[in-house]
Design a protein around this ligand. Structure first.
Ligand code: 3H9
Length: 708
């Protein structure tokens, strides 16, 4: 074996007559400009070296190649571009084999598809996930994949972005061979030598016909995708471009198809959705790097206690059981405990009924569950999560018990949504062990976990909470203590701004429609009806004594609550729900109530465009989010973005409210806030952070410390 130096991220070594080209570009072998250059050099070297009979491309480390280097998007492209690299590989006059382990995603899979032969080993995951970044496979994937596996299979991979395991990839026809062992180099070399021995020549995928054989099926697949995709991918730009590109693979010569793919790829690359989605990709990887995770080591968590078996406690229990951990639930009496357990069983039964869980898995999860009415059952747990009624006295009583029974070093967490966790902590003898773990309902489904950090908590307790979130496969966001933390504090202003619009002339139905068109799955009043109007009512009553006298207060929702119209669960709210229907219909009586409230408040209603509605609600959220960052409640703007995307249905393709604000331009946001301040100087007072950033010519991204 002789080694030839190349660009340091791509090395070449001759194994007999096979040139092994190894990509070693941690963390995931993304196809950066150096990698692309190294690959072209390697193919050139193979062509020019008579001692080379075949080329084997492998990835060093845990993956083959995770795709194009996402950090390069939005910057001027540097040659050689990836489509050209793929063409160079395909045009090589000596057979090129790709040996795939770990991730072969996006451009990584496209590169493999441009090779002449592919082998994958167990654990490999192959996919074209560009759609999740607002893109389409832009290095020949839309043209080569259909030629290999047909339009239906290719569209499924590209429109879902899902990963296919090696075995599935083999049966689809994406790879030719499954390796028998995990030794990727050994398997790849053996395959290459076998091909050489069989005198197998080059086999350009552009000339492949297997996938094109059933022209009727392919046409039908494209027609079906064209029909279904807009509704399925509501608001997304790139999916229909994918359909167009696959259509071209069926109808145009290869090179023309490639040219169209390139054009469509560039359209996607230029779209704000690409910027939003890639921001979200990096932001969700940044949030886990809170300072305490770097400065302290997590405590081990092997046993978890949960106090409270209501909807929240049971949901949290399911989330913990699903992570494979044992749970001990505490309730005040046997009947409440039985209800808690029944809650948990109901969640699992639902999953079993939908075929998403096997009955054995349900039994195994429940075998990890224990309940007790005595706090002493928590003597050995490593972490307790309190999920009882939102009342300070009740919480303090629970924490006094936990302080009494839990072992030293156990973490005592509260799931409170708004109570002062410093106050809860100070009632115990161990405030350094007390933290907030704010789950969202349904807790076993919702991804967001706000980790609320009170002033006296130990750094390793924060680090443990992040590690615990990872065990639960949640997305953790670090938040400081204030009323509502990050998410609910922003929800409150969102709702207030909506209520102002309501009283000033918009209907709840128009507001909901406008916000759905913006990209939320539900409008604010649909959310109220789903969550239960009584929850917000209680919060408004709680805040009433401390509400600033300058704050305008809209009473419309109170009028509905006074009638017992709490939303879906009572059959009426802002909408009517006939016989348990989950989708409401507009209610003229609600409109009449709104009308009379306007009269009472002396307001002459005016009309608002959908665009005005979106602008106002977004300005309210952005402005308060800026305050949240300024006060250090959120570490950075990106933490706000992740919280709203994962906990509140903010459209991911807009990147979160702070990214969206940057895309609008902060000077424009400030100008809008100043205009709105003329109507209500108190509510719309521009955040000093926005004012300062605009003065400096900076944006929120400049505070993130990341590339996106
Ligand atoms: C594409 O290919 C376009 C082409 O069709 C056309 C081009 C013309 N680039 O996720 P992890 C970083 S679009 C740059 O925590 P895991 C990531 O930010 C691309 N960086 O690890 C993180 O950095 P840090 C299509 C990337 O083991 C670190 O790697 N491909 C890229 O849980 C570790 O990542 C995709 O969409 C990248 N492409 O999961 C695949 N990927 O340590 C995207 C990752 O500084 N990637 N990083 O925070 C993934 O799905 C996962 O990263 C993967 C590993 C499954 C590979």
């Amino acid at each position: 074996m002789t080694s030839v130096p190349s660009a340091s991220v791509v090395s070449r070594s001759l194994h007999g007559n096979v040139l092994v080209v190894s990509i070693d570009h941690p963390p995931v072998n993304a196809l950066s400009v150096d990698v692309r250059r190294g690959l072209v050099e390697a193919i050139d070297a193979a062509e020019n070296d008579a001692a080379v009979a075949a080329v084997l491309i492998v990835g060093a480390g845990r993956n083959f190649i995770a795709g194009a280097d996402i950090r390069e998007f939005g910057k001027p492209p540097l040659p050689p571009l990836l489509p050209m690299v793929c063409n160079r590989i395909e045009n090589c006059t000596k057979p090129v084999v790709a040996a795939i382990h770990g991730a072969a995603l996006g451009g990584g899979l496209e590169l493999a598809l441009a090779a002449h032969y592919r082998i994958a080993v167990r654990g490999a995951k192959l996919g074209l996930p560009e759609v999740q970044l607002g893109l389409l496979p832009g290095a020949g994937g839309t043209q080569r994949a259909p030629r290999l596996i047909g339009a239906a299979g290719a569209l499924d991979l590209m429109l879902s972005g899902r990963h296919a395991r090696a075995e599935e990839a083999r049966s689809l026809g994406l790879v030719d061979r499954l390796g028998a062992t995990d030794d990727i180099l050994g398997e790849g070399l053996a395959y290459a030598r076998e091909l050489l021995a069989a005198k197998a020549g080059v086999r350009p995928t552009r000339a492949a016909v297997a996938g094109l054989a059933d022209a009727d099926a392919n046409r039908a697949a494209v027609a079906a995708a064209r029909k279904d995709t807009p509704a399925r991918t509501r608001g997304l730009f790139s999916p229909m471009k994918i359909v167009d590109a696959v259509d071209a693979a069926l109808t145009l010569p290869f090179d023309e198809g490639l040219a169209l793919e390139r054009k469509l790829f560039l359209e996607c690359l230029d779209s704000p959705q690409r910027a939003g989605l890639i921001h979200a990709f990096f932001a969700e990887r940044e949030v886990v790097k809170a300072p305490e995770t770097q400065s302290a080591s997590a405590r081990p968590i092997a046993r978890v206690g949960i106090v409270g078996g209501g909807t929240m406690g049971a949901g949290i229990a399911v989330a913990v059981l699903d992570a494979g951990l044992p749970v001990t639930m505490i309730e005040r009496d046997d009947a409440a405990l039985a209800r808690g357990r029944a809650h948990i069983e109901r969640v699992y039964d639902g999953l079993v009924a939908k075929g998403r869980m096997k009955p054995e898995a349900k039994d195994a999860a429940l075998a990890r569950f224990a309940g007790s009415t005595a706090y002493d059952a928590l003597a050995n747990v490593d972490l307790v999560i309190e999920a009882v009624f939102e009342d300070m006295a009740v919480k303090k009583a629970v924490f006094a018990e936990l302080d009494r029974v839990c072992r030293p070093g156990a973490i005592l967490a509260t799931n409170t949504s708004y109570l002062d966790i410093d106050d809860i902590a100070s009632g115990t003898s161990r405030p350094a062990d007390v933290i907030g773990l704010h789950f969202f309902s349904p807790a076993n489904v919702m991804k967001l976990l706000e980790i609320v950090v009170p002033s006296r908590v130990a750094a390793d307790v924060v680090a443990t909470s992040f590690a615990f979130a990872k065990q639960l496969r949640k997305v953790p966001v670090r938040a400081g203590v204030c009323d509502g933390f990050i998410g609910n504090r922003l929800l409150a202003v969102y709702r207030t701004a909506a209520d102002y619009l309501l009283e000033d002339g918009a209907s709840p139905y128009q507001i909901d429609r406008a916000m759905r068109a913006f990209g939320y799955p539900m409008g604010p009043y649909q959310v109220v009806d789903l969550a239960g109007g009584d929850i917000g009512w209680a919060a408004r009553k709680r805040r009433a004594p401390t509400r600033d006298a300058r704050m305008r207060y809209v009473e419309i929702a109170d009028r509905l609550c006074e009638r017992g119209w709490f939303g879906q669960k009572t059959g009426r709210g802002f909408y009517r729900y006939e016989q348990g229907a989950r989708v409401g219909t507009p209610d003229p009586e609600v409109e009449a109530i709104i009308e009379s409230e306007r009269l009472r408040a002396g307001i002459a209603p005016r009309s608002f465009t959908d665009d005005e509605i979106v602008r106002r609600l977004m300005c309210a959220v952005i402005n308060e989010a800026a305050n949240v960052v300024r006060e250090g409640i959120a570490l950075r703007p990106l933490d706000v973005d992740v919280a709203l995307i994962y906990g509140y249905g903010f459209p991911r393709y807009r990147g979160g409210p702070m990214k969206y604000a940057d895309m609008l331009g902060l000077p424009n946001v400030l100008a809008e806030l100043e205009r709105l301040s003329e109507e209500d100087a108190f509510f719309w007072k521009p955040s000093p952070l926005i004012v300062e950033l605009v003065q400096r010519g900076a944006d929120f991204a400049s505070m993130n410390g990341t590339a996106s």
